[in-house]
Structures are given as C-alpha cells and as structure tokens.
Design a protein around this ligand. Structure first.
Ligand code: HEM
Length: 187
C-alpha cells in the first residue's frame, strides 16, 4: 500500500508553512492531499503547481519488543477529530548513515540519541506514522507524519527541537518541515 502526499491547489489539509530545515526547499503549495493506493500514480506531466511524495508504511527496523509494547500501550492513532494540526517532515539521511550496519544504526538511534525513550512522553498527544521511501527511488528516505490538537502545538515544537539536537540528526542531510491544518468544509 502506497501513501501519496500531493502538494497542490486542493486537498484535505491547508498548508500553513513549508520550511527548509536542511538542504533544498520544496515549493510552497496551498493544500495537501493524502491518498492511499495499491499502485503509485505517476504524474502524467511534470507540474509547476504541484509536487508529490510517496512512501510505504513498513515494518519496524530498530524497535525492540519491550519498546514496541510500551508504544502500543500509549500511542494514539491517526484521524482523531480534535487533531486538526499536522506536520509532514520528509527526511533524507547521509551515505555515511546507510554505510553503517543495522546494529550501528540502532546504537546511534536509540542508545545514544534516545529517539524512542525521549519521545515516549509526547504520546498520546502526538499521533504519528512513519513511511519509508528510500527503496522507491524517491528524493527522501522517510516521510514522517504527525497529527495533534492546537492545544499541543507547542509540545510538538519541543519534540522536533529535541530530536534535531541528537547525534542521529547529524546524519540528516535533507529535511523539510511542512505544517498543516485540517481544511474545514463549509456547508
Ligand atoms: C511522537 C514522538 C515520536 C515517537 C514515539 C517516535 C518513535 C519512533 C520509532 C519507534 C521509530 C523506529 C521505527 C523502527 O523501528 O524502524 C522511529 C523512527 C523514526 N522517526 Fe520517530 N518518533 C517520534 C517523533 C519523531 C519526529 C518528530 C520525527 C521527525 C522530526 C521523527 C523521525 C523519525 C525518523 C526519520 C525515523 C526513521 C529512522 C531510521 O530508520 O533511520 N520521529 N520513531
């Protein structure tokens, strides 16, 4: 199952900002649509009024059994009515990261950076889904997606600021931060 994030002129989410954190920017588009499908829909012609990023919700690479159980016990799912804010953060890591073995990557990700242990306290306020796209020939390795209520907006800022200071983030070479609010349909 592929998930396509299409920045363009219409969609269920209104884009409030697109900030390049590291590397090339992504053009501003006023709206974002998120669609799941069994095949990747290729754009027929390159468009200047849209872009699209595709990823796959995949299996866990680094999470250990005890961590997985803790996460499952506290995390919230996507689509909560009160979670009207969202963030799409596409990330690409360096060749040096991908040259490491899985054990070396896990050591940096968790033993040194505490990605899971330190993020746990942001649950269930922040709901999340990780999509992988490195093997799809996409410009990013990961598309990270988060949903939260406006009351938790500053909590989300705290979370991203914390992760960006970790050793893991030294291996991030391209990162864009797209912020969104759910489009309200007027009758
Ligand atoms: C809500 C708090 C968060 C929790 C509980 C959390 C948890 C996790 C877990 C468990 C994994 C490992 C998945 C695996 O085993 O393969 C992971 C991976 C990842 N997370 Fe988070 N995360 C959080 C927030 C964030 C944020 C805010 C970002 C981006 C700014 C982020 C970016 C990533 C990336 C890029 C990966 C993939 C790392 C890799 O495979 O190299 N996470 N996260």
């Amino acid at each position: 199952m592929f998930t396509t994030f299409r920045g363009g002129q219409s969609g269920g989410w209104r884009v409030t900002s697109i900030s390049p954190v590291k590397g090339d920017p992504l053009p501003f588009m006023p709206a974002l649509s998120v669609v799941s499908s069994e095949a990747i829909a290729l754009p027929l012609v390159p468009s200047r009024n849209s872009w699209r990023l595709v990823g796959v919700a995949s299996h866990l690479r680094y999470t250990e059994r005890a961590e997985k159980e803790k996460l499952l016990a506290v995390q919230a799912g996507l689509g909560r009515v009160e979670a009207t804010c969202a963030a799409l953060i596409p990330i690409r890591k360096t060749a040096a990261w991908w040259d490491l073995t899985p054990e070396e990557r896990r050591a940096i990700f968790e033993d040194k950076s505490h990605h899971i242990a330190s993020s746990m306290r942001f649950l269930p306020a922040i709901a999340r889904q990780l999509y992988h796209c490195r093997d799809l020939g996409e410009p990013f390795d990961f598309l990270t997606w988060f949903e939260y209520s406006p009351a938790h907006a500053s909590l989300f800022e705290e979370l991203v600021a914390m992760l960006r200071t970790t050793e893991e983030w030294r291996y991030v070479e391209h990162e864009i931060d797209v912020r969104l609010v759910r489009e309200v349909l007027t009758p």
